[in-house]
Design a protein around this ligand. Structure first.
Ligand code: 13P
Length: 259
């Protein structure tokens, strides 16, 4: 990470986990131990139904609450969907866009990811946009091509002044929920490549201001090494964000990497 130019962000992605009562218990337990993380921003992305109460529950823990998806339209006949405007209006700051589980199960494409990123930014949310290759693509030697394509697609048509508000998460699909973490070198290489594409598109000054996270089986054991990579500016954490001690250990690892 490089704190001179960009923020370090440790974000949990709870996916479809934690009821409201569990969220409340988590907030109480976290409040007792979190203190004031010096060097990183902490975000928890969770199911829509729990966002409003969670914002109240996490208020005194210096934790921002985020959503896990949003629609690209402002409103309309999209049964079951939630717009970026609705999230903004309740006070949400972050929204995950293009997670591989949504690409896999809900027809999310590079085109819809681009539309969602643009719309979220217009409304004033910070998108956490996910990219990453499948195991087959890695084994065919196509990792860098996939990263190039997905990063170019997510930034397509985005004006320069909005770019630093985008957080990109490098999440190799084969490392998600599998316990098979990318090595620190693989994570560092993926994040470096993402920054190189942003540099090609927008120049060095803007590229160095973008926060790029690694996600995929990050845990208490491997967080320090992953976060110590120069282009890894934080984590997007699934399983290990569900329990306070594990999540807290990762926040501490992020704080230690600057010292
Ligand atoms: P795991 O940390 O459970 O592998 O999930 C990573 C992820 O998908 C975060 O968005």
């Amino acid at each position: 990470m490089n704190r001179r130019y960009r923020k370090t962000i440790i974000a949990g992605n709870w996916k479809m986990n934690h009821t409201l009562s569990e969220t409340k218990a988590f907030a109480e337990a976290l409040r007792a131990v979190i203190g004031r993380p010096k060097w990183c921003d902490v975000v928890l992305c969770m199911p829509y139904v729990n966002l409003v109460p969670a914002m109240r529950q996490f208020k005194d823990c210096s934790v921002s609450v985020g959503a896990e998806n949003c629609h690209y339209a402002s409103n309309g006949a999209y049964t079951g969907e939630v717009s970026a405007e609705m999230l903004k209006d309740i006070g949400v700051k972050y929204v995950i866009i293009g997670h591989s589980e949504r690409r896999q199960h809900y027809n999310e494409t590079d085109f819809t990811v681009n539309k969602k990123v643009k719309h979220a930014l217009e409304v004033g949310l910070s998108p956490i946009a996910c990219v990453g290759e499948s195991l087959e693509q890695r084994e065919m030697g196509l990792t860098m091509e996939v990263i190039h394509y997905q990063v170019k697609a997510l930034f397509a048509g985005l004006p320069e002044e909005k770019v630093r508000h985008v957080i990109v998460a490098y999440e190799p699909i084969w490392a998600i929920g599998t316990g098979r973490t990318a090595t620190a070198e693989q994570a560092g290489e993926g994040c470096r490549e993402i920054r190189a594409v942003i540099r090609q598109l927008y120049g060095a000054r803007i590229a160095r201001s973008v926060t790029i996270q690694y996600g995929g089986s990050m845990n208490t054991e491997n967080a320090y090494e992953l976060l110590a990579q120069p282009d890894v500016d934080g984590g997007l954490i699934g399983g290990a964000s569900l329990q306070v001690p594990d999540f807290m250990a990762i926040i501490k690892a992020a704080n230690q990497t600057t010292e």
